[in-house]
Design a protein around this ligand. Structure first.
Ligand code: AGP
Length: 608
């Protein structure tokens, strides 16, 4: 979705806002704009395309203002044009607004304002906010924004400036993320921490239906009912260089190579090795109920959903808990009826995915308990769940989620192991599982050292426009995730399929021009996978196998093989996904795609 960043302080605003926009660009990147205020003068620029286009427009121009708002857009209403880019303003050019979210009743408001003679310049839903704030303004910008909030439906994270009130920015949120940054030389607000982490790591999270006023000397928060709110700043653990490329050509590749450390970070301080049991402080507030839970529903979207799908198999293996996994966008419309003491596990990297948020609110309404597995600290899902586990995976900038997927699998394993050790798992099984978990970072490193081999395989097949990914049990969700990664970054059509389903239809697709990636480690269903691979080979379909080291029988029949170290079957997904990530990355490279910012996608989907 869109990215918002604001600054008011001692320094020139443009360089700070541009820096922030570049860090938010992964959120949406079809157009951008900024408005910078110097007393009553407002410099206002917008451009279609990447932030670089906006930079071209401002370069060489002396813009003195030390207060401003800036926006990078992911279009929902109105094509990516300069007129539809943000900031949007009122008819007199006094009020400037940037917005992340959707104003659902913008049509009816537009009709009403049309009758009042308001002339609209754009097709956006956002423009109604500029006109409403202007109409509601009588010298107090906060009151104008507060009144406007009561007149609109939908989601928003907004920032507003008024020509008559220099050095003051009013921000407000409902449903879309907005964080205040408390700095030494000024104050900030942004859609996420990465936009301001270079200047401050002191942040204050705004809750839904709250406003904040930023000035160079401080900030104040109030509710939609004009009640003042006191909230102290938290310190975020990210460092500016975490959001840097550090010599890698793309964030996706950097994040793939960070995965050994990502697994360690997910386990750090969470293992009682001697007892063969993890310790997860974040779920202790609900532990007494959770350890008695026998029914769970994992709810998520996209890659997080596939992590949840692996999670279901891991819980089935390690616990006595009946676990379902649901697509959040479907789950929220189901007739929900939970057995008592049901726990929902919401999995989300960003913690802001609208479908997942709405799904857990619906489940909570129906009496379920809420747990979160979230990467972004202080995000909406982390604050709307009763308890949870942070990934500590650091910022994930590449739109295609990689390291966070592996972190989610690691944490799902720790949670299942903890519950299993309080149910039917023995000390030995616990100790063995933790030993295998601690071996994973080295094993993933070993696979990463084969990147050139995987790149060569990608070079052989990247011209093929249709791919199939096959797996069984723990390998099935990895097949779906592998296909998603290839689709997301290379735009090649790919399907992840349960291998046992092949003969019920998809086998008709098999032909010499369609490669199949077979997730086939040595585990309980290996023989079945071998049969499926034979079926494809007998129809001249090329097969790339992801197989356990030393598996010569598979080596003899497949076209290409990527060998992975042996581990426990429920840990294989953490290992087998890495070659899939690299295949997708290298294919996208050969096809010269914009790997970190794939077309039509956004890192955090904050609208339904
Ligand atoms: C994955 O590569 C995609 N970016 C997307 O499918 C993502 O997993 C999905 O939007 C869920 O995001 P979340 O984990 O932040 O909730």
């Amino acid at each position: 979705m869109c990215g918002i960043v604001c600054y008011v302080g001692k320094n020139k605003a443009v360089p700070i806002l541009m820096e922030g926009l570049k860090r938010l660009e992964y959120r949406g990147y079809d157009s951008a704009g900024l408005a910078v205020q110097d007393e009553r003068h407002i410099d206002f620029f917008r451009a279609v395309g990447k932030i670089a286009e906006l930079e071209k427009k401002t370069s060489g121009i002396e813009i003195k203002g030390t207060s401003g708002i800036a926006h990078t857009r992911w279009a929902t209403h109105g094509e990516p044009t300069e007129e539809n880019a943000h900031p949007q303003s009122d008819m007199n050019g006094n009020v400037f607004v940037i917005h992340n979210g959707i104003i659902e009743n913008h049509q009816s408001i537009r009709k009403r304002l049309d009758k009042q003679g308001i002339v609209f310049k754009s097709e956006t839903d956002t423009e109604v906010l500029a006109h409403l704030i202007s109409l509601n303004y009588d010298g107090d910008l906060n009151e104008a924004v507060r009144k406007t909030m009561s007149q609109v439906e939908g989601t928003f994270g907004i920032a507003v400036i008024h020509r008559d009130i220099p050095d003051k920015i009013v921000v407000a949120r409902r449903g879309s993320p907005l964080i205040i940054g408390v700095g030494e030389e000024g104050n900030f607000a942004a859609s996420d921490v990465s936009a301001m982490v270079r200047y401050t790591n002191k942040v204050v999270h705004l809750n839904d239906n709250e406003l904040a006023t930023l000035t160079r000397d401080g900030f104040s928060i109030s509710t939609a009912q004009a009640k003042s709110v006191t909230r102290t700043a938290e310190t975020v653990e990210w460092a500016p260089e975490d959001a840097e490329l550090n010599g890698f050509p793309h964030f996706m590749l950097k994040e793939i190579f960070e995965q050994p450390e990502t697994i360690r970070n997910a386990m750090r301080g969470r293992l009682e090795k001697g007892e063969g049991v993890p310790k997860l402080g974040g779920i202790m507030p609900v532990w007494e109920r959770l350890k008695e839970c026998r029914h769970m529903v994992i709810v998520a979207c996209g890659t997080s959903y596939y992590a949840g799908y692996v999670g279901r198999y891991i819980f089935e293996k390690l616990t006595e808990i009946d676990v379902e996994v649901e697509l959040a966008s479907e789950f929220r419309y189901q007739k929900l009826n939970f057995p008592s003491n049901t726990f929902i596990i919401a999995i989300s990297q960003s913690g802001e995915t609208a479908d997942t948020l709405s799904a857990i609110r619906e489940a909570h309404r129906k009496g379920a308990h809420l747990l979160g597995i979230v990467n972004v600290v202080g995000s909406s899902i982390s604050r709307e769940t009763e308890a949870g586990i942070y990934n500590h995976a650091g910022p994930e900038i590449g739109v295609a989620s990689t390291k966070n997927f592996i972190s989610q699998l690691t944490i799902l394993t720790l949670l299942a192991l903890l519950l299993g050790r309080h149910q039917n798992l023995s000390l030995t099984e616990g100790v063995d599982a933790i030993r295998a978990l601690e071996t994973l970072p080295g094993q993933v490193k070993a696979i990463l050292s084969k990147a050139n081999h995987i790149q060569a395989i990608a070079e052989k097949y990247y011209r093929c426009s249709n791919w199939l990914f096959l797996g069984r049990k723990f390998g099935y969700p990895i097949a779906m995730e592998g296909a998603l990664k290839l689709k997301e970054v290379s735009y090649i059509h790919a399907e992840g399929y349960a291998a046992g389903e092949m003969k019920h239809g998809p086998i008709a697709l098999i032909n010499p021009g369609m490669p199949t990636v077979a997730i086939a480690p040595l585990d309980s269903i290996y023989d079945k996978m071998m049969n499926n691979i034979q079926e494809i080979k007998s129809r001249k379909g090329p097969v790339i196998a992801i197989a356990t080291e030393g598996d010569n029988s598979l080596k003899e029949i497949v076209d290409d093989i990527i060998e992975i170290p042996p581990t426990l079957d429920f840990l294989n997904p953490i290992i087998t996904v890495v070659p899939c990530q690299l295949l997708a990355y290298y294919c996208a490279g050969f096809l010269k795609r914009d790997i970190d910012k794939p077309r039509n996608l956004a890192k955090s989907v904050t609208v339904e």
